[in-house]
Design a protein around this ligand. Sequence first.
Ligand code: SF4
Length: 268
Amino acid sequence: MMDTSAELDVELRKATVERKKKPGHRCLGKQRDGGFALIVGVPTACFTAQQLHSLADIVERYASVSHLSTAQSIILLGISRQNYYPARQAVLEAGFQIRSVGHDVYHAKCCPGADFSPFGLQRTFSLVTYLEDTFRCLPMPVKIKISVSGCANCCANTRLSDFGIHATSKGWRVYIGGKMGLAPVVAQMISLSISTDEVPKYLAAMLRAYREQAQPNERLFKTIDRLGFETFKSEMEQYLDQPYDDLAAEAKQARLAMEQGEAIGPVE
Ligand code: SF4
């Protein structure tokens, strides 16, 4: 009989829960094996052969194993405290993103869309890259997960994300307020069809409304639930025509801070 039993490390679990509540929290922190973890990715999750070679070198030098996450990232596990910052530097120098686990806008999960999938109705890759370049790491009351699917099959879990879109023959259908986890919530449709250019405007408007309306540590679905969908929708609509350069500048600043910050504290 296979034994899958494990002793819960109560102290580590408690420390992790507490750390995750802190503003600016950006790192997975210490893991059960005593090592640290880095979440690595590229926009669209399309890795070239060269990128995979570089990543293999980094794993060999600094980590014990790499794990493919459900969010289309690669988690480097088993990094010693001494190796954490050199590993992070190597990841950045190789051109990868360090992905956030904090209270901010996450990278966007996507399917291959019309570039590859026989069912795709719009191309997903260029749009996802733009959304990440513009909004990734923007500070938020709680995390914001984005997903982009190339058709209504929603292979990227569009309706289980805070901001999810799927392609139609004319553009994109938009859903907000979904989540996965212990009690999944299915996102609600906020627009039947928008153009590709309107997608970042909708996302920016949703982020502004959420920041404005959320109570501390309140996930988006709860804010929508508390205010009522129609009220949140009108809050969001007032921002639709507002340029989002300010959000993009703030996100860029936050990305730099994350990449350079003392994520696990000083190393003796
Ligand atoms: S969501 Fe549609 S386009 Fe994307 S992989 Fe699934 S079937 Fe293909």
